[in-house]
Design a protein around this ligand. Sequence first.
Ligand code: NAP
Length: 307
Amino acid sequence: MKAIRVYEYGNPEVLRLDEMADPVPGEGEVLIDVAGAGVNPIDWKILSGAMKAFIPLPLPFTPGVEVAGTVVALGKGVTEFSIGDEVFGFINIVGGYATKAVAQVSKLALKPRTLSALQASAVPATALTAWQALTEHASVQRRQKVLIHAAAGGVGSMAVQIAKYFGAEVYATASAHNHAYLKDLGADYTLDYTTQAFDEWVSDVDVVLDLVGGETQTRSFAVLKRNGVLVSPVSLPNMSLANDYGVIPANFATRSDGRQLALIAELFDKGHLTVDVEAYPLADAKGAIEKSMSRHLRGRLALDTTK
Ligand SMILES: NC(=O)c1ccc[n+]([C@@H]2O[C@H](COP(=O)([O-])OP(=O)(O)OC[C@H]3O[C@@H](n4cnc5c(N)ncnc54)[C@H](OP(=O)(O)O)[C@@H]3O)[C@@H](O)[C@H]2O)c1
């Protein structure tokens, strides 16, 4: 198989395309012939070495947390999937940027019928993040006001659609050129955060989904109702401010969950969710990572592993 390998931590220049032996699926795992691999900010955060204290990885490793493709071999005891099934999943913290990957069956679901495998490969991590933020940490309800920062990005674009699916009123921040895109996704109100302060635009919010962190997160306390929820997968909200404002703070790491992903697949097939994917060939993983590092992409990024 072909795989992108990292022999030393650093910038995207260190990525190498290698030929190597196919991995062998262990008990409860399948081997996937990968059609696409999603590209996420976690990939370049790991690549830089900034996370090695929390996520120690033996070198070399293959970046990439999510894939879609066809099951081509079954490990011992696998009954959930058959050879030929088209699957997608948030498979691990690394291993996705390759033409073959192994994954535990509990992390996979059948790919949405209405998406190509390349499109589907860019869905699991961001959709699960948005789903878990809004349903598990914020328990979003019909008619609640939900403010989503960085709404045009990977997690944000999923979150806008999921919040609308649950009947919320969605306030979305993005640069002006992304506002028409956000309206298409269902956002009720959009704000250009580069020219206007969101805390002078919205108040009495039930849920803030913070996908930016830093000062954006700190200023978010003031727009929330008492007992509102400030949920962030980026960093832990300040506890003392949460106390002062009477806000419920939540920080979490996304859990891989094949059952939840199957529900998300159904939402795609019923037309409640869509995804916009910009694709790069596997050999240009560097270009895809650099695009992600720009922090100004719209929708999702994926590597086409068939090219
Ligand atoms: N803890 C976890 O398990 C977990 C899981 C998933 C994601 N995350 C984290 O969540 C964050 C978001 O992930 P993502 O995949 O959605 O990132 P992304 O796709 O790279 O986000 C890009 C978007 O960010 C917007 N943006 C940049 N700066 C902004 C600001 N100051 N205010 C509002 N929007 C801003 C850009 O909007 P414009 O181009 O419109 O300006 C762009 O659309 C990342 O830090 C990621 O690492 C954590």
